[in-house]
Design a protein around this ligand. Sequence first.
Ligand code: NAD
Length: 334
Amino acid sequence: MKVAVFSTKVYDRKFLSTVNSPTQHELVFFEPRLNRDTAILAAGFPAVCVFVHDQVDAPTLKLLASRGTRLVVLRCAGFNNVDLQAAADLGVTVVRVPAYSPYGVAEHAVGLILSLNRKIHRAYNRVREGNFSLDGLLGFNLHERTVGIVGTGKIGLILGQIMKGFGCHILAYDVYRNPELEALGGKYVELPELFANSDIISLHCPLTPETHHLINAEAIEKIKSGVMLINTSRGALIDTQAVIEGLKSGKIGYLGVDVYEQESELFFEDLSGEIIQDDIFQRLTTFPNVLITGHQAFFTAEALHNIAETTFANIADVENGRPCANEIRAQPSA
Ligand code: NAD
């Protein structure tokens, strides 16, 4: 199938081209993101392949459909950037890669936890400058601490397994219980109980209208003072302004994020020579107890290979009229 691949970087081209070679789809790589201004690039392509920052909203879908596109292939798990109802109305099929790197993302969350706790990001700079003082580097044992996991699907479960290995207690909240997490000794509680009793809170649920700003001023009131908050899921799970207030008051003791609500203006680009206009983001970078990575939790060789394999399997299913297990549809309204 002829596929217009948007938001491509060198690494995307490398993995997609390598995995495609026996399959022989006709891939045309575009660097720009897909949105209503760039949709014209896909004219005549039956499929577009997109990533997390492409805007697959109703106007973009209308433009795509009017020029022959019938398939949107997400090379990511989250689909909050796609208007599924508009796609359904236009007869456009949407497929995704539901799991490509659950270990990579969970391991990155653990990396943030360890770095923040033991201040490795600060120690790295100090030692390079010949400063071997330990002042300000005091950490805590993870053993016997309580980790609250919000969203216990693939990534949340793996984080639970890893943290269990550190000797942590696991509290969990999800709209569905995961028996594997319970078998691990994880205890499901309501959110206020998780907030009140967790030393570390890690978010692993999708971004939906229900989870938007899950961590807001009201939630921060309920959390244990000095909590470590980790978000490797989607930026808008957190009300960043409220979290900044929480950091200033000390209620939030540590913040580790791989995602940020306005990240599409920043992440995946080299802006080191630019003046960053986002004052909220810039404020976040001033805290010594905040560690930010630019949506790299998924970024392992295994993940890029899996993304490419599943992407082509999804395209082949749709092309050959087979049911695709990774198709996503709008939820029927209640
Ligand atoms: P998953 O679907 O396996 O698990 C998500 C869990 O969240 C499910 O158990 C679901 O029941 C639960 N959930 C849904 N609504 C909820 C709610 N309102 N409250 C609490 N829990 C709720 O997904 P996953 O593979 O574990 O991925 C989790 C999230 O991680 C994805 O949605 C995606 O946004 C994010 N992600 C980030 C990266 C990255 O590079 N930073 C990479 C992959 C995925």
